[in-house]
Design a protein around this ligand. Structure first.
Ligand code: SF4
Ligand code: SF4
Ligand code: SF4
Length: 581
């Protein structure tokens, strides 16, 4: 341990830690802007400058390592003045339209401007003016609000292993750009949205779909159905100031009903469909010599990544649609028929933790019943916005239940929202089908937890099945390289594009750099889902009575002809068009 003094307090810090880490340990706050723990530790913006006794100039707290006997002062008048100048310079070249900015109220730059009471910009001069890139179905980039912190660049490169964006030019011309400055739509971006989660300001945001949804809700001719993904209920409350990981299922359903949706269904039922179909597909491949390992396909950012980077391995991908697409197809076929509703009048809105699902719904082969499976995708953040626009008092809403007959789901489906959850849910079904035994212990601890890659072995009537779970696209790349080189000795792979799975999706509430450094957000949200599973009376997808009924009455056998028509899809190679100019 290293002994130092910060603002007169004796502090002990681990060797190798930074002044910022040491200060936070004793509740001394130092402002940051470009810093993102473990991802972007570059000391570029200089908001975190501090004085170190005996040194000329300032030290940068986010990268300066602690030293024995160091005496640090974090808030002298000189330090405050220096930070204010940094802020003034950033704001002088910033599109300061807070009132119409998506991050108004949740912007790290705005917060700093408030704290430092910047009521006037001292430095006036030229301003960069960039065109807004809104060509993709998922992400909008407005670099007039960019503070050049590079948090997005580091996230895309280091966490996702992609490098769709990078810094180009120098000085005043510096900019975050793409290959040949193309739209994100036309480069190797996967629409995972992790850069949006990393951005401290409003330079990156999801493509807003709330207006389409309001329009459908106004249209008396439309039958508007909402379906909500598992991870949304574990995070929506944060947008209303609730503790991270609070289960707000009941309030969320009530909120959607108050917004005027005709029905509110649970995408978890769709997740149960996915498990039954995917389990059937896996068993078929496993027992009849099909392409193995089979890889899950419910994360659309991951699917796009595979189509872009490993098209030769597409046969490994399960042909199952993701849960909300499956469920949309079932709503527009079985449910429409049963209720006597014209499917062309049904408008399905998926509430998702994911940005890439906005792209997924526009893919070819996502029209199982002859209509788009899903008509609009809104993120957790967008749903919160709609609830706020409608002045619904979310915190005081009474709980409501999902609507029958499509609102019943199992505990297995709930854990879909976290890394390892799809694998665990699949194993509960597959292991029972193969061995014929009903297992009492349903928790597969080996595939739980925060590690980016988890490996496990499951016994199925003497036959060992090796499984791998990876989250984050950099980890996915490791697995794909193992498969490509023939080193893979496993049979079943779960991949989610976002590190930690959907609970940490690109459409979830955005937490500040400080919160990301000091709170285990992933575990809190994931534990919420594990606790929903634990409390569920039915915890295996194949035991869901709603599914049993729909297969009996309508779909026939899992993996059968009708099920394939509605619940499965196909993939395309996307490399070629990237090379096109
Ligand atoms: S990015 Fe932040 S500071 Fe800039 S306009 Fe938006 S809310 Fe205001
Ligand atoms: S959405 Fe994902 S892949 Fe695309 S630029 Fe952002 S981090 Fe990179
Ligand atoms: S887009 Fe956002 S995260 Fe990326 S450099 Fe600009 S401000 Fe930073």
């Amino acid at each position: 341990m290293i002994n130092l003094t910060i603002n007169g307090k004796a502090v002990q810090a681990e060797e190798g830690s930074t002044i910022l880490e040491a200060a936070r340990k004793v509740n001394i706050d130092i402002p940051t802007l470009c810093f993102l723990k473990g991802i972007n530790e570059v000391g570029d913006c200089r908001m975190c400058v501090v004085e170190v006794e005996g040194r000329r100039g300032f030290a940068t707290a986010c990268i300066q390592k602690v030293e024995e006997g160091m005496v640090v002062k974090t808030s002298t008048p000189a330090v405050i003045e220096a930070r204010r100048i940094v802020l003034d310079l950033i704001l002088s070249n910033h599109d300061r339209e807070c009132l119409t900015c998506t991050r108004n109220g949740n912007c790290e730059l705005q917060k700093l401007a408030q704290e430092f009471y910047v009521d006037e910009i001292e430095y006036q001069g030229s301003r960069n003016e960039y065109e807004i890139d809104d060509k993709s179905p998922a992400i909008v980039r407005n670099f007039n609000k960019c503070v050049l912190c590079r948090r997005c660049v580091a996230t895309c490169k280091k966490v996702q292993g992609i490098g769709a964006i990078d810094c180009i030019e120098r000085g005043f011309a510096s900019q975050v750009s793409t290959y040949k400055n193309k739209s994100l739509n036309d480069v190797n971006c996967t629409f995972c949205g992790q850069c949006i989660e990393a951005c401290p300001v409003g330079a990156l945001k999801e493509k807003d779909s709330t207006q389409e949804v309001w329009k459908a809700l106004r249209d008396e001719d439309k039958y508007v159905v909402a379906q909500t993904a598992p991870a949304v209920r574990a995070a929506l409350g944060e947008e209303f100031g609730m503790e991270i990981g609070t289960n707000v299922t009941g309030k969320m359903v009530s909120g959607l009903k108050e917004l005027g949706f005709d029905k509110v269904f649970d995408t978890n039922t769709g997740a149960d469909f996915t498990i039954v179909e995917e389990g059937t597909e896996f068993l078929d491949r496993f027992q009849n010599g099909g392409t193995l390992p089979m890889i899950t396909s419910c994360s659309p950012g991951w699917v796009r990544y595979m189509e872009l980077n490993y098209p030769e391995l597409i046969p490994h991908l399960s042909t199952c649609k993701s849960p909300h697409q499956m469920f949309g197809a079932v709503i527009k076929s079985y449910y429409a028929e049963k209720m006597g509703i014209d499917p062309s009048k049904i408008f399905v809105v998926s509430v998702m933790p994911c940005i890439a699902k906005k792209f997924e719904r526009t893919r070819d082969d996502m029209q199982g019943a002859g209509y788009d499976d899903v008509d609009a995708v809104i993120t957790t953040r967008e749903l919160a916005r709609m609830i706020k626009q409608a002045h619904i008092d979310f915190l005081n809403l009474e709980d409501s239940e999902f609507d029958a007959p499509m609102g019943e789901a199992t505990g297995a489906a709930a854990i879909f929202g976290t890394t390892g959850g799809v694998m665990e849910a699949a194993l509960r079904t597959v292991q029972e089908k193969v061995t014929g035994n009903a297992f009492e212990k349903l928790e597969y601890e080996a595939v739980r937890g925060e590690q980016g890659i988890k490996r496990a072995e499951v016994d199925m009537n003497g036959k060992k099945v090796k499984v791998v779970v990876a989250s984050g696209l950099k980890n996915a790349q490791t697995i794909m390289e193992e498969i490509k080189s023939g080193k893979a000795d496993y049979q079943f792979v779960e991949i989610m594009a976002c590190p930690g799975g959907c609970v940490m999706g690109g459409g979830q509430p955005i937490r500040s750099s400080k919160e990301r450094a000091t709170i285990d957000i992933r575990s809190k949200r994931a534990n919420c889902l594990y606790s929903i599973d634990e409390k569920s009376t039915i915890r295996k997808s194949h035991e869901n009575p709603v599914l049993k009924k729909i297969y009996e009455e309508y779909l026939g056998e899992p993996g059968g002809h009708k099920a394939h028509e509605l619940l499965h899809t196909s993939y395309v190679e996307r490399q070629k068009y990237l090379l096109d100019d």
